[in-house]
Design a protein. Structure first.
Length: 256
């Protein structure tokens, strides 16, 4: 998984980001509109500013694909509460994350000279060290896996520097705010047959969804259905069990 992320990052690094309808200026709340993910600024809104849930209705001419019943933003909040407050679930996810991320090594093969091998290795190590402010690549993988096991998906945005020549960081996006959908046509009053599937971030209190750049947006989904792009949480079957456990155990204690 670490190599897959690095490969995606270097693919983004090698080509200039395009401007156009996918990369546009959007309003991020009160104040002056900010750039949309190119020129060193991130397009998405971080978790502390995105609230506790996301809207579920179409906004403007965007037609959203509905979440699976077990993967709504409200359900995701419930999964997070279980992960943080139920010892069995918290311990299980902690172990899964550590077993899946045991660290990584960087090795470069088949370069023409020893100097090129060393230079390329150092470039990868430098990128891996600064890709996340909390532990580099290993810290990023921990975040990815924690989100993956809790919510069934991980979302992030590659942020480039102001000159678009290098990658600054990979900024995680709250999965509960991600929506997939299609941009409709006002003239046709519907979705064009060739409309591509696009990713948006829906932030409570913000009227328009943020249209994410497909060249810098990353979304890993766990076990999505064939007709739905959203992932499925590993613990989506546990709320009923936990509810039953919380009811039965006190009753058994009183019966003794």
């Amino acid at each position: 998984m670490a190599w897959a992320i690095l490969r995606r990052l270097f693919q983004t690094r090698k080509r200039p980001l395009r401007d156009g309808p996918i990369v546009r200026v959007v309003s991020m709340g009160a104040g002056t509109p900010k750039p949309s993910g190119s020129n060193g600024a991130r397009l998405s809104v971080p978790g502390y500013a995105s609230g506790s849930g996301a809207g579920t209705s179409a906004a403007g001419n965007v037609y959203f694909i509905p979440h699976p019943p077990t993967e709504t933003p409200q359900k995701m909040e419930q999964y997070r509460e279980l992960r943080d407050n139920v010892p069995d679930i918290s311990g299980g996810i902690w172990v899964w994350v550590r077993m899946c991320n045991t660290g990584h090594d960087v090795n470069v093969f088949r370069r023409e000279t020893r100097e090129q091998t060393y230079e390329f290795s150092e470039r990868i190590r430098d990128l891996a060290a600064r890709i996340d402010s909390n532990g580099g690549m290993d810290g990023l993988l921990n975040r990815l896996l924690l989100s993956y096991f809790t919510y069934g998906a991980f979302a992030g945005e590659i942020v480039v520097n102001t000159t678009r020549t290098d990658i600054s960081t990979l900024a995680p996006i709250p999965v509960r705010t991600i929506r997939f959908g299609y941009k409709g046509s006002k003239e046709m009053r519907g979705i064009p047959a060739n409309a591509p599937l696009q990713a948006f971030q829906v932030v409570p209190g913000q009227r328009e969804p943020i249209e994410l750049n497909p060249e810098t947006f990353i979304y890993y989904a766990l076990d999505p259905d064939e007709d739905n792009p959203y992932g499925r949480s590993l613990i989506n079957a546990l709320p009923e069990y936990v509810h039953w456990q919380r009811q039965i155990i006190p009753a058994m204690a009183r019966a003794q």
